[in-house]
Design a protein around this ligand. Structure first.
Ligand SMILES: Nc1ncnc2c1ncn2[C@@H]1O[C@H](COP(=O)(O)OP(=O)(O)OP(=O)(O)O)[C@@H](O)[C@H]1O
Ligand SMILES: [Mg+2]
Length: 524
């Protein structure tokens, strides 16, 4: 019988068994996917096959052998051919059982809830980090798990059962997947964060802000002025320009200076943790929620100031909730229904262009306008080079005290290098640079170019190249010769006239260097 020869092939393609029956559905031959004949099944009647013969059409139905597996039957003359995916389904069911067994272990190792879910993201089994069964979330649907199943890809995101925790959801087969989170780690994080919050207060005043340049004076004046008001202030500036410094100074210069100042970095914490930190929660709002609930920052900062650092990083749905609190001037704890009136002044900071983010739909325009009542724009350091000498002296004093040094000043050449540098990290980078230099100082009194971090020195262009100093009229050859002399001289000084090192830096041979030194009169 030709059909029988095709059966092993069919079985291997469908990942199951293939059978040929007679018109009454009686099995003649059955093969598994490895081509082995399963003689035990001979003679048993398969109703789906009989039906297919009666109705003379192919059918899809349930397998007779493994529950949950499917079979496909096709009448061929007096016979019916059928094949199923029973082996595949058996394998998957075995894997699922093994996974169910492993779940409590996974929960322990990951330190968080471990779950098995179905195609819809519904929890089929759930275990606590201590390995016990978790009934609370059983049968609940996780949207992220559902998405993982739809995408056939792992999805990593916020945990639904514990705010602040991260969760991974992995599709295993078409019908189920597994996931776990790091609840315990997040709990420790929260604790740590609450500890940090206790020590939060505004240290800085406007007198701590160094800025003599015209632009900076304007910003400082404006800051002092608006500090006295009630309005929300959006502080805009590149990284390290002093946004936090301004926020603290504004609080301290306001009528609220004796009330709390609480800052929260919207970019540093997961969205769920930000939400519970901002608004607080009631007892039982989620697993790990404290007995009696906890107040959020809005309540803690009552009558004071709240600083929303890196507001651009806040998720859109949280932005909506924040806006509601700002407009209603009341906050409702997560899981609660009682609105609590809050009197809090909001300062926010960003280093991203919020207006652009609004245009791109990444930031709510209504929140933007609500926050941007007053805008303080702190210019980047490269646009206020005249502040650099003052900042340098300020940081020299600061690090003298911290590092026990007696540096009094900075040499002209070193300052020139600093004034010229672009400062992508702004004032923070300058501060680090001076800290580095003061560490490098042995018993000199002044910071010299050699004390500065090499990466900053490397950016230095000799002044004449910039055409800063008035350059006397000269021929091209004269200019080149002058520049060459300046570069060689500077390099030699930097390496204390070690010619081999200087030649290496300049990319010329020592003999060439020697010749040029003689030519320019640069002997020690
Ligand atoms: N004008 C200034 N005068 C004195 N110190 C300053 C000034 N601007 C910034 N600093 C110092 O530089 C460091 C960075 O400032 P701050 O943390 O306020 O910047 P930021 O804009 O909040 O940075 P980021 O965007 O990285 O959060 C701080 O140590 C701060 O004290
Ligand atoms: Mg900051």
């Amino acid at each position: 019988m030709k059909i029988c020869e095709a059966l092993p092939l069919l079985a291997s393609i469908t990942g199951g068994y293939a059978t040929v029956t007679d018109g009454e559905g009686r099995r003649i031959k059955t093969f598994d996917s490895s081509g082995r004949e399963l003689e035990d099944y001979a003679g048993t009647v398969y109703e789906l096959a009989a039906q297919s013969h009666r109705e003379n059409r192919s059918l899809i139905g349930e397998s007779q052998i493994v529950k949950g597996a499917q079979a496909w039957v096709l009448p061929v003359g007096p016979f019916v051919v059928s094949c199923s995916n029973v082996e595949k389904v058996k394998r998957e069911q075995g894997l699922k059982r093994a996974l169910e067994k492993a779940l409590p272990l996974i929960a322990r190792v990951a330190g968080g809830e471990a779950v098995l879910f179905d195609r819809e993201g519904k929890r089929l089994a759930s275990y606590n980090p201590d390995g016990t069964v978790n009934k609370e979330f059983l049968h609940k649907v996780s949207e992220a798990a559902k998405r993982a199943m739809e995408l056939h890809e792992p999805v990593i995101g916020d945990s639904m059962s514990y705010p602040g925790a991260m969760a991974v959801r992995i599709p295993i087969t078409r019908d189920y997947g597994m996931g776990f989170n790091n609840e315990l780690a997040a709990k420790n994080n929260t604790k740590l964060y609450e500890e940090v919050k206790k020590f939060q207060y505004a240290r800085y005043n406007f007198s701590d802000i160094i800025g003599e340049s015209e632009v900076m004076r304007r910003v400082i004046d404006m800051g002092r002025h608006v500090a006295r008001g009630m309005s929300t202030i959006l502080i805009y500036g590149e990284t390290g320009t002093g946004k936090e410094l301004f926020a603290q100074a504004i609080h301290n210069a306001s009528e609220r200076s004796h009330k709390p100042f609480v800052a929260i970095n919207c970019g540093a914490l997961p969205a769920s943790l930000i939400e519970s930190n901002l608004f607080g929660y009631v007892e039982g709002a989620f697993t790990g929620a404290k007995r009696g609930g906890a107040p959020g920052i809005f309540e803690q900062a009552q009558e004071g100031t709240i600083f929303l650092d890196e507001i651009s990083e806040m998720e859109l749905n949280l932005q909506a909730k924040l806006l509601r609190v700002l407009q209603e001037k009341e906050v409702t704890r997560i899981g609660g229904d009682k609105p609590i009136p809050v009197n809090v002044r909001v300062l926010a900071s960003t280093n991203k262009d919020l207006e652009k983010m609004v245009r791109e739909g990444k930031f709510r325009s209504d929140l933007y306008f609500r926050l941007n009542v007053v805008e303080l724009k702190i210019p980047p350091l490269r646009e206020r080079a005249s502040d650099i000498p003052h900042l340098v002296m300020h940081f020299i004093r600061k690090y003298n005290a911290l590092l026990g040094k007696y540096v009094t000043d900075i040499e002209e050449e070193a300052l020139e290098i600093l004034v010229q540098y672009r400062w992508p990290g702004n004032v923070r980078e300058l501060q680090n640079c001076i800290e580095h230099a003061i560490n490098m100082v042995k018993d000199e009194q002044k910071i010299s170019a050699g004390h500065l971090p090499p990466y900053i020195r490397r950016h230095f262009r000799v002044p004449a190249e910039r055409g800063r100093a008035p350059v006397p009229r000269e021929t091209l050859a004269e200019t080149l010769a002058r520049l060459e002399k300046e570069v060689i001289e500077k390099t030699l000084r930097e390496v204390q006239f070690k010619k081999k090192e200087a030649a290496e830096i300049l990319g010329i041979s020592t003999t060439t260097l020697w010749r040029k030194m003689v030519q320019h009169g640069l002997q020690e």
